[in-house]
Design a protein around this ligand. Structure first.
Ligand code: IMP
Ligand code: MG
Length: 190
């Protein structure tokens, strides 16, 4: 499938991300002090870079697990439930759990995941999102910890994709289209 040409304008540098991740990990370590084990649940695929950096800064006994969910299509818009594509490997009953998400946008994904994991009887269930776009929210949910609050821009990098591309960028940037499909180039560099 052809892609509309776009460029990526840097928004959050790798250095700024690293500093923020270290601070978040410090807060998480303090909040869960004394835990026998913290189960850190990464939501695939967008959180894979963030969770890798975050767990290495958390000074607690940690277990890492992953959950992959997919939003239902527009036909199910009224319920906005999520479908489990890959479930956790471990049982979280009675455990301290931290859900790690890349972006909270409408909020339906995080809300549904917290609701689902909440039914499994964790001792404590908190969440950490790298990015938050509060202006896009359609359901009332806020991550316990947020890395950066950003405006309503489509972003990529540091694990986050645009049509599965750009996950490997070490920084976060916003997508800017340089030409429209089917029209001649407006002169912007592609
Ligand atoms: P929500 O259920 O609308 O909050 O959806 C959150 C999910 O949408 C995130 O986990 C991302 O996978 C995706 N998403 C939201 N905003 C962006 C973006 O700017 N770039 C890439 N993916 C995004
Ligand atoms: Mg996602």
């Amino acid at each position: 499938m052809p892609h509309r040409p776009y460029v990526i304008d840097p928004m959050i540098s790798a250095k700024a991300i690293a500093a923020r991740v270290e601070a978040l990990a410090g807060e998480i370590t303090a909040a869960f002090a004394g835990t026998d084990k913290l189960v850190v649940v990464g939501l695939l695929r967008g959180s894979f870079v963030f969770i890798a950096d975050l767990v290495r800064e958390i000074d607690l006994p940690v277990e890492v697990d992953f959950l992959e969910v997919s939003s239902y299509g527009d036909a199910m818009e009224s319920s906005r439930e999520v479908r489990i594509l890959k479930d956790l490997r471990g049982d979280i009953g009675g455990r301290d759990v931290l859900v790690v998400e890349d972006i909270v946008d409408t909020g339906f994904t995080l809300a549904a995941v917290l609701r689902l994991l909440g039914t499994r009887g964790p001792r404590r269930l908190e969440s950490c999102a790298l990015l938050d776009k509060p202006s896009r929210r359609e359901t009332q949910v806020t991550a316990t910890w947020t890395g950066f609050t950003i405006p309503d821009e489509f972003v990529v990098g540091y694990g986050i994709d645009f049509a599965q591309r750009n996950r490997n960028l070490p920084y976060i940037g916003k997508v800017r289209f340089t030409a429209s499909e089917g029209t001649s180039d407006d002169g912007a560099a592609a």
